[in-house]
Write a protein that binds this ligand. Structure first.
Ligand SMILES: Nc1ncnc2c1ncn2[C@@H]1O[C@H](COP(=O)(O)OP(=O)(O)OP(=O)(O)O)[C@@H](O)[C@H]1O
Ligand SMILES: [Mg+2]
Length: 472
């Protein structure tokens, strides 16, 4: 039997909906969003407060009650869309049979109901918005979409012409830039769009300890942006967000975080009898985990040792023709120096790392010395001087400007890069991390990435365009 879906989405999902086997209980602001009749809405939100999912419920409900519905989803990365649709599909799959409207089509990027509407992930481009047939649109994490202006220009007239369609523009802020900021602050848009602001503390499932951790890893500014809906002024930043957005691609980056129990199996010291055998074993595991990195294009690495925090970072970029995309990043959190050394040795054995720049400042010295002894032609120990930082920062910026260094959609690198400031030195400009903003956080990942770029560009004598250097 197929029962008609009740028209009130909150009552419907709370009565019969389930998530992971438990009855759905919507947060107050999710209820408000689901019941709000507004057709043009902007939602400025903290991370992880359940907005993509809630709008997914809206899409599911609308597609089931109105057969004309063609719900579209757009974000900067296709992967995000696929995950979103999976969550929507999961809610549908947990509906009791009488309410689970049968699917006419079930694809990775589209579901369509028999006798109902459809929900589809759309390509992040103005042409796909302009030409596609859709009635409702969710632009998710919109501040992170590089083609934001042309997408709005394509979307607005289409929704305006329809009588029942809707446009939800959702994002965590990303600086005082881009269409999301412009539309949020411009009075002309204020008349058309209804606004919702949802900071983290409105979410019953986000607690202080999660937030304290975010404050530590992102710094005060990053935290205010990611969790308190603040638009940061980025005029002083040497790495404006747009520079990163222009280089973001849907690329596969291999990430590895050794679990504490795995580390217990690692050798106790470099003099351990089994050291070499264990290095070989871990190398085999790494090769198995990322087979596509084993052959072919050479890799270049950077290692930044955690000086004041307990986190070290390893980055690998791969030379693919003219490009240097990131391919591998590892955070070694609370891993002692012996085990950091062990991990790096296994990495050198596992993958075709042509050159790795290793931070030898202070506590990094032992690791750098060990690697240089073992792999003399493939390791460059570097000292974190003001000159080195300047070189790292200008090279990275030059490569970003030349669109030669694709990165994935991970935000940490972009947020850490923002904390790099120019300060006037006696004879030249110096770069440093603004510690007042980034308490307990020292842009380790950013420095590891720039070290990897140094390893790659030194091998090929890359010089950033002169214009790049002279702009500061
Ligand atoms: N009311 C709820 N009850 C239980 N789980 C929920 C609820 N709302 C959201 N969730 C779960 O919380 C997780 C995060 O939700 P969602 O991805 O929608 O958050 P978001 O605000 O879009 O986060 P992000 O900033 O990462 O985009 C999802 O896995 C979702 O299933
Ligand atoms: Mg989301």
């Amino acid at each position: 039997m197929n029962r008609a879906t009740p028209r009130n989405p909150v009552a419907f999902f709370e009565r019969v909906g389930r998530i992971d086997g438990k009855p759905i209980r919507l947060y107050p602001y999710q209820k408000k969003l689901l019941l709000d009749p507004g057709r043009f809405r902007m939602i400025n939100k903290s991370r992880q407060v359940g907005i993509s999912w809630a709008i997914g419920l809206k899409a599911l409900h609308k597609a089931m009650i109105d057969p004309r519905t063609r719900y579209g989803y757009v974000a900067s990365a296709e992967k995000q869309g696929v995950e979103w649709l999976e969550e929507v599909r999961a809610v549908w799959a947990e509906l009791p049979r009488p309410w689970r409207m049968p699917l006419r089509s079930d694809k990775k990027t589209k579901i369509a109901f028999e006798g109902g509407g459809s929900i589809e992930i759309r390509a992040t481009s103005a042409s796909s918005i302009r030409s596609g047939r859709w009635t409702d649109l969710l632009l998710d994490e919109f501040a992170h979409v590089y083609e934001d202006r042309s997408i709005i220009n394509a979307a607005l007239p289409k929704i305006s012409r329809s009588k029942t369609g809707s446009l939800d523009i959702v994002s965590t802020p990303l600086g005082q830039r881009g269409m999301f900021y412009e539309m949020w602050t411009d009075d002309a848009y204020r008349e058309l769009f209804k606004r919702f602001e949802i900071p983290w503390h409105e979410c019953p499932d986000l607690n202080e300890s999660i937030i304290q951790l975010a404050r530590r890893t992102l710094g005060e500014d990053g935290y205010a942006q990611e969790y308190e809906c603040s638009f940061l002024d980025e005029t002083a930043s040497y790495f404006p967000y747009d520079l990163f957005l222009a280089n973001q691609r849907d690329i596969e980056v291999y990430e590895f975080a050794p679990a504490p129990d795995v580390r217990l199996l690692w050798p106790a010291s470099v003099h351990d009898d089994h050291w070499k055998a264990q290095v070989a074993e871990l190398a085999a595991d790494i090769r198995e985990a990322c087979p596509e990195l084993v052959d072919g294009w050479p890799l270049f690495g950077g290692f930044d040792v955690g000086r004041t925090t307990d986190t070290s970072e390893v980055y690998l970029v791969r030379e693919e023709g003219d490009l240097l995309p990131e391919r591998f990043r590892v955070t070694l959190k609370r891993v002692n120096f012996t085990h950091q050394r062990f991990f790096l040795a296994a990495l050198m054995e596992a993958l075709p790392v042509q050159m790795i720049c290793v931070d030898q400042t202070g506590i990094g010295r032992d690791i750098a010395e060990y690697l240089q002894t073992e792999y003399p032609a493939r390791v460059e120990p570097v000292h974190f001087s003001a000159e080195l930082k300047e070189d790292l920062v200008t090279t990275a910026k030059g490569l970003l400007q030349d669109r030669r260094t694709p990165v994935d959609h991970d935000r940490t690198l972009m947020l850490q890069a923002r904390t790099i400031k120019r300060v006037a030195g006696q004879t030249k400009m110096l770069f440093k991390v603004d510690r007042s903003e980034a308490r307990g956080h020292h842009a380790d990942r950013f420095w590891a990435w720039t070290l990897a770029l140094r390893a790659a560009t030194k091998a090929h004598g890359y010089q950033p365009a002169l214009a790049t250097v002279s702009t500061w």
